[in-house]
Design a protein around this ligand. Structure first.
Ligand SMILES: [Zn+2]
Length: 67
């Protein structure tokens, strides 16, 4: 599923297999699909930097789209 941000920029999808996160590198917005795990959503809403840490730790892996 491809997402477009409110700022018209493409959002980049990351997944850890359960949760899906869409990030906009232009304005910093993110959207998440928790896979039913509301605690996770609560965590990243309270502390969005956690997303970047999870990407750095390769817990969240980029989902590559074919153009
Ligand atoms: Zn944006």
């Amino acid at each position: 599923m491809k997402h477009k941000c409110e700022c018209e920029s493409n959002m980049y999808e990351y997944t850890d297999g359960t949760h899906d996160i869409w990030l906009c590198y232009r304005c910093g917005r993110f959207e998440g699909a928790s896979g039913g795990d509301e605690d996770f959503m609560q965590h990243i809403t309270n502390d969005p930097l956690l997303i970047l840490e999870l990407i750095e730790d390769k817990v969240l892996i980029p989902v590559i789209f074919k153009s």
